[in-house]
Ligand binder design. Sequence first.
Ligand code: ADP
Length: 253
Amino acid sequence: MLSVADVEVTYPNGVMALLPTNATFRRGGFFVLLGTSGAGKSTLLRCLNGLVRPTRGDVLSEDRGSIFSSRSALRAHRRRTGMVFQQHHLIGRLTVLQNVLMGRLCEYGTLRSMLPLPRADRLLALEALDRVGLADRALHRADQLSGGQQQRVGIARAMAQRPAIMLADEPVASLDPETSLKVLGDLHRICREDGITAIVSLHQVDLARRFADHIMGLSLGNIVFQGGPEQLSTSALDKIYKTASPSLSEAAE
Ligand code: ADP
């Protein structure tokens, strides 16, 4: 279980991105964060892996307590937390396998990571690629793959880390609807199979309804809705998207 307790984030420029927020992410759940741009979804995700340190409050990991209690606690938390980004951040001139192996580097110190990684790591990376259906592309350059395939490589790289928690920030925002469905379906299936707690921000309400166990709706730094997909009514969508144009929630319905 992962939780945020009274977490508040004010950036140095004075923007209050998260108002005091409490939320619990139970182990193995697939959580979706919904909200307009600027609602605070990325900030919440970045707090959950310690990239952003809350101005107040704390992030608590299972029975280990605060992820910020020491540098080693934060490192340990990051090792068990995989990240998937909208732009997948692959290195185009490297092979797909080399990119996935980056997910193993967290296990090694800086100097050791400059040497070739052991065979066991390469096998883990290949296994991760196989699970997203791309084992046959392992030796291709990453920039030769389609957008959907590149995002699958991003997922495989995070999986190669063998995470207990997976955080994904708009992982399918730059993909077409059909590819989005498949890529998110892969992420959902793998997290389910491995009992990984997934917290995923999305802007597609239909995908949230389809895959989430639990949805959290954010608006202006507040969690304004929490519930299962079946509870995501028109009025709940209005609350989440009230800062956007009125037609947005209607369109999302
Ligand atoms: P979302 O992911 O829902 O689009 P964000 O968490 O990125 O929302 O942003 C929430 C608010 O915080 C926005 O007003 C945004 O401009 C601001 N913000 C985000 N990151 C930073 C930052 N590094 N420095 C200053 N303000 C930021």
